[in-house]
Design a protein around this ligand. Structure first.
Ligand code: ADP
Length: 258
């Protein structure tokens, strides 16, 4: 394991905004107060470079989900600063944050979250439709072809396999060309072969479309698809690995305990 490379490139308050797809500076987040307070994030500073696939790993309770929710602007922080695509989200009014999330952030969760009465294509385009936007038909075709969904677009979710449903969710996330896609155990509901397929597609979307992806996972095999793995323990970043094998990731995790 290499030492943490997550030190500050730009100190809080410096004039230049960080250049990462997503950046955190000195982020702190606690639940509760006083003696029972849980310090879920302690002074976390980190840059997620554009066009890269990063996995966040660590023992249960190490703060992975909290970090992802804070980075995505889904949860508030106590102190520190956060940026998405160069825009500081710290202190943004709720309406602006909601709009920014809708337009510039994609999500792929463990549950596919598709609307059962809509076709695959309608599910993919739903967020754009809800936002009153116009679908880029050429981009939709490219995404569908790349994800192998061409002949499934008129199917409803119950007519699709789990892997196909998750590919629809990935297509939905890619359609707005977001600054970042957050994945929360995106293969947690899939068998290993289907999961591998979805992970390979996520990796390809980085390589071929320049998509930035941040994925929380407890699965070293899933993390081995990432360009980089950041390791957390007790609410802090304790290390990082560049593209690594499942065994190497497992070994790094073993040193963290938990
Ligand atoms: P991980 O995703 O790595 O399992 P979490 O981010 O879910 O870790 O949790 C980090 C710590 O914060 C844990 O101690 C957890 O119990 C606590 N925690 C998370 N969410 C809440 C909450 N809503 N209320 C109180 N404590 C929480």
């Amino acid at each position: 394991m290499t030492p943490s490379t997550n030190s500050l490139d730009a100190l809080p308050g410096s004039s230049a905004p960080p250049t990462g797809a997503v950046s955190a500076r000195a982020v702190t987040k606690s639940y509760g107060t006083g003696e029972t307070a849980v310090h879920a994030l302690r002074d976390v500073s980190l840059d997620f470079e554009a066009g890269r696939f990063t996995a966040i790993m660590g023992p249960s309770g190490s703060g992975k989900s909290t970090l992802m929710h804070c980075l995505a602007g889904l949860d508030s922080i106590d102190a520190g600063r956060l940026w998405i695509g160069g825009t500081e989200i710290t202190g943004l009014p709720d309406a602006d944050l909601t709009r920014l999330r809708r337009e510039r952030v994609g999500f792929v969760f463990q549950a596919f979250n598709l609307v059962p009465t809509l076709t695959a294509e309608q599910n993919i385009t739903l967020p754009v439709a809800l936002a009153g936007g116009t679908v880029d038909a050429g981009w939709l075709r490219r995404i569908s072809a790349s994800l192998g969904l061409d002949d499934r677009l008129s199917h409803r979710p119950h007519e699709l396999s789990g892997g196909q449903q998750q590919r629809v969710a990935v297509a939905r996330a890619l359609l707005t060309r977001p600054d970042v896609i957050f994945g929360d155990e995106p293969t947690g509901n899939l068998d290993s072969a289907t999961g591998a397929e979805v992970l390979a597609l996520l990796r390809r979307s980085c390589r071929e479309m320049g998509q930035s992806i941040i994925m929380v996972t407890h699965d070293p095999v899933a993390a081995s698809y990432a360009d980089r793995v950041v390791l957390m323990r007790d609410g802090t970043l304790v290390g990082g690995l560049e593209q690594s094998s499942p065994d190497a990731i497992l070994a790094a995790l073993a040193t963290l305990g938990g």
